[in-house]
Structures are given as structure tokens and as C-alpha cells.
Design a protein around this ligand. Structure first.
Ligand SMILES: Cc1cc2nc3c(=O)[nH]c(=O)nc-3n(C[C@H](O)[C@H](O)[C@H](O)COP(=O)(O)OP(=O)(O)OC[C@H]3O[C@@H](n4cnc5c(N)ncnc54)[C@H](O)[C@@H]3O)c2cc1C
Length: 423
């Protein structure tokens, strides 16, 4: 006999995976309770007040593409989609700091990659045949390093694939997983400009992904407990039976379920015998408090520099450096100066350093190698009422917002389904 209580879904972690799982469970006639270890939601995608710059900054500028349908549906549901800004058509501007050459790649607005066939849209001095590596990567069937599938040199690689894959996979592309690159290309570049429009939370990640989600969930009766860290899970008879938090314990009823939406290095300590990615890559962000000059594009890819992407945002210029491992030990002030020198050159601004902040996220994403990609677990576990979510679970995507949201949706579906079966 099952109890008539429809049960509670406990979501552990209020990053985007946990928040999207909760959003998906609205309307499922279950009580939803979120437990977050820190004092804030958003996890690796958050905004906060920074004293050095006297501004609200993001831990890192986050870029979405218009093909990220789950992430976009999440913002639509919570009512914040209008906070994402991008050009009317998919375009990416680049500068080569060595040669000072500028170019803009325009993908157009179609649902097919016509831009490859149009010499005015594709990269300068390239022919259609040069784009064959893109097709080879898109069709990669077994998981190998990208460097074993395509030649990681030449103009298409240097000027298109390297900056895009580095940003999306957060790893030196030659070491990255060809399978992840393949999914990425099939879901974006191969679908033409309609799937490649860059979108930025210009006024901060918090205003688009976090605060509206919290408001949406609270209005619908979801409880969100902060500084509520899960320290142990107990199991019996193929189910999770108890949640132990730092300050309290929850005994799970037969219809209760748990969505564990924490990073992999936390999950492996909570779930017995869990295999999960164990290597990580860092991302460095620099924020400068200054009004960007009008001639600076909203987003500029930098080739042959320390900076990788420069973003012109209201009242600030921000810089992202993916897989920035070697920069983690550099003195912060030296790093700020090095980055600013490049920004000043590109934006034609004085060399004097404006108020700045450097944010270094050491474990920004799991290392997107074929080996680590092979360690990603599915959302289902050996325990009937325990489900995993997080950008590191087996979504088939690199560790991105899109992956986190899809994982949250999937875990919510499974938890809802399990509860329905139990009812
Ligand atoms: C600097 C940076 C730049 C990035 N740029 C991009 C980008 O341009 N585009 C893009 O799509 N993605 C980007 N990403 C990746 C993106 O931020 C992540 O994929 C996404 O935020 C992951 O969400 P998540 O919910 O899976 O994990 P997390 O955000 O890590 O959330 C996990 C949550 O669980 C909580 N938690 C941990 N342990 C416990 C516990 N024991 N009990 C309770 N709670 C716990 C944590 O505090 C956290 O809130 C970037 C990431 C970083 C760091």
C-alpha cells in the first residue's frame, strides 16, 4: 500500500540544474524543497556585489547561443528571456593581435549553414573545401581527442574552430572530446545562423537566471533553504531513506524523491560507488569599470592574445579566458595589467588601469576530454528515488548552462515519473 501523500521532491543544490529541475516540477502536484549549501543560488552562474569595482559583477560572463533551446525555455518560463541580448543576426567579430587584422563572421539568419557557401560571409581567404574539418567533426562517431579527428592548424582552425571550441569545451581543443564537439556543431553551426545568435545577460546573470527563478519558485510554494548543506545520504532496500544536513535530518517517506544537483566532487562523497568526472579546467574573468567606447563590438574574439573574448557591457568591459590554468598562479595585479594592456590596445583606450577585479574559477567545468566525458553518469542511479542532475551528468553536451538545464529537466521528469508510478 502506498500512502496518499504525493510526496516531496528534495532538490540538493540551487545551481541552474537544481533550479531548472524545480521549475519543471511546478504543476506536478508535488511539494518541492530546495536545499542549498551556500548563502546564495546560482552556483557557478551568479552575480554579486564587488567592492573593488563598486559594481555588481558576474563570476564570469556567460554566453548562450540561440540554439540552446532548454536554457531559453527556462528563461521564458521564469519570465526573464527579454534580459538576454544579442545581435539581430548571428555574427562574431574577431581581431588578430599579431597582425591587427579584423574580421566578422556572419552566419546570416537561415536554418542551414549557407554562410559556408558564401564567400562574403565565410572567413577571409578561405574556400568551401577548407570547411571539411567541420563536417568531419560533426560526423565523429567514436570519442577521440579532436586532434585525432582533424588537423588542429590552418586558417579555419585558428580563426573559427579554436576560439569557438575553446569557449564551449573549456579545454585546449586538440585534447577535447570529438563527440562533444560533434554535438555542439550539429546543434549550432550546422543549423545555420538561427541557432548561432550569441546571447548575453547584459545586465548580469542574476537578473536573468537566478533572481527570477527564485521569485517564480517561491510564488509557487517551493521552499528554498540556504546554508543547508547535505552531508550524508542514507540508503535501504534500494532507496534513499534519509538526508542528513549540517543542522537537521529528513527521513524520506515512500513517495519522496531526491534530485542531487551538486558538482561531481561533492556527489562522489554522497553516493556510493559513483563514477564521475574528476578532472577540471579553470576559467579566468577580468572586469574593468569603464564605459566601453561605441566602436567596441559587444563581443570580440581575440586571436594571438592572452584575452580570448572581450565583452562591452553597460559600464564595464569584461574579458574571459577559458582553460586559463597557467594564469591561476600569476599575481592578480600583473594579470589585470596584462589583460588591460590588450583591451586598451583593441578598444583604443588609455593604458591606465581602471578599477578592476579578477575572478578565477578553478573548477569551472569538468575537463572535456574523451576519458572524462566517458565517466559521466546518467540521471538514474541504483536507488529508485535518487536522481542526478548537473552539467557534468551524461547530457551529451559540454558543461554549459544548456547542459545544466537539460539535466535538471531530465531529473525532474524521472522524479515526477517515479512518484507517479508509486502513487
Ligand atoms: C567562469 C565561468 C564561465 C562560464 N561560462 C559559460 C558560458 O559562457 N556559457 C555556458 O553555457 N556556461 C558557462 N559556464 C558553465 C556554467 O556556469 C555551468 O555549466 C552551470 O552553471 C552549472 O550548473 P550546475 O547547476 O550543474 O552546477 P553548479 O552551478 O555548480 O551548482 C551546484 C550547486 O550545488 C550546491 N552544493 C554543493 N554541495 C552541496 C551540498 N552538499 N548541499 C547542498 N548544496 C550543495 C553549490 O553551492 C551550487 O549552488 C561557465 C562557468 C564558469 C565558472
Amino acid at each position: 500500500m502506498h500512502s496518499s501523500d504525493p510526496g516531496t521532491v528534495h532538490i540538493i543544490g540551487a545551481g541552474l540544474a537544481g533550479l531548472s529541475a524545480a521549475v519543471r516540477l511546478i504543476g506536478a502536484r508535488r511539494t518541492v524543497a530546495i536545499h542549498e549549501a551556500t548563502a546564495h543560488a546560482g552556483g557557478r552562474c551568479r552575480s554579486y556585489y564587488d567592492q573593488s569595482t563598486d559594481m555588481v559583477i558576474d563570476n564570469g560572463v556567460h554566453l548562450l547561443l540561440s540554439g540552446n533551446h532548454a536554457a531559453l525555455s527556462f528563461t521564458k518560463t521564469i519570465g526573464s528571456a527579454s534580459g538576454l541580448h544579442g545581435p539581430a543576426e548571428a555574427e562574431f567579430s574577431f581581431i588578430d593581435l599579431l597582425s591587427s587584422e579584423h574580421w566578422t563572421l556572419r552566419f546570416g539568419d537561415s536554418r542551414f549553414p549557407w554562410w559556408v557557401f558564401d564567400k562574403d560571409r565565410r572567413l577571409p581567404h578561405t574556400a568551401i573545401v577548407d570547411y571539411l574539418p567541420l563536417a568531419r567533426l560533426a560526423l565523429a562517431s567514436t570519442d577521440k581527442p579532436i586532434g585525432a579527428v582533424i588537423n588542429c592548424s590552418g586558417p579555419i582552425y585558428d580563426r573559427l574552430l579554436e576560439p569557438l571550441l575553446l569557449a564551449a569545451l573549456n579545454i585546449t581543443p586538440s585534447e577535447g572530446s570529438a563527440r562533444l564537439a560533434s554535438t555542439l556543431i550539429r546543434e549550432t553551426l550546422a543549423l545555420g545562423g538561427q541557432a548561432c545568435r550569441p546571447l548575453l545577460a547584459r545586465d548580469g546573470l542574476g537578473t536573468v537566471f537566478v533572481m527570477p527563478a527564485i521569485a517564480y519558485l517561491r510564488e509557487r510554494g517551493v521552499s528554498i533553504a540556504f546554508q543547508d548543506e547535505l552531508t550524508a545520504l542514507r540508503f535501504a532496500n534500494g532507496r534513499a531513506t534519509r538526508l542528513e544536513f549540517t543542522k537537521h535530518t529528513v527521513d524520506l517517506d515512500e513517495n519522496d524523491a531526491v534530485i542531487l544537483a551538486v558538482p561531481p566532487y561533492v556527489a562522489v562523497n554522497l553516493v556510493p560507488n559513483l563514477l564521475a568526472p574528476s578532472l577540471f579546467r579553470g576559467i579566468v574573468n577580468a572586469h574593468f569599470r569603464i564605459d566601453p567606447p561605441v566602436h567596441l563590438p559587444p563581443m570580440l574574439g581575440v586571436i594571438n592574445g592572452t584575452c580570448e573574448w572581450i565583452f562591452a557591457l553597460p559600464g564595464r568591459i569584461s574579458v574571459t579566458i577559458s582553460d586559463g590554468g597557467e594564469l591561476f598562479n600569476a599575481p592578480r595585479a600583473d594579470l589585470a595589467q596584462t589583460i588591460w594592456r590588450e583591451v586598451a590596445k583593441v578598444a583604443r583606450l588609455p593604458d591606465t588601469l581602471p578599477p578592476w577585479q579578477i575572478v578565477r574559477e578553478r573548477r569551472a567545468t569538468f575537463a572535456a576530454t574523451p576519458e572524462q566525458n566517458g565517466l559521466r553518469p546518467t540521471a538514474e542511479t541504483a536507488w529508485g528515488n535518487l536522481f542526478l542532475a548537473g552539467d557534468w551528468t551524461a547530457t551529451g553536451l559540454p558543461a554549459t548552462i544548456e547542459s545544466a538545464v537539460r539535466s535538471g529537466y531530465r531529473a525532474a521528469y524521472l522524479a515526477g515519473h517515479q512518484l507517479k508510478a508509486a502513487a
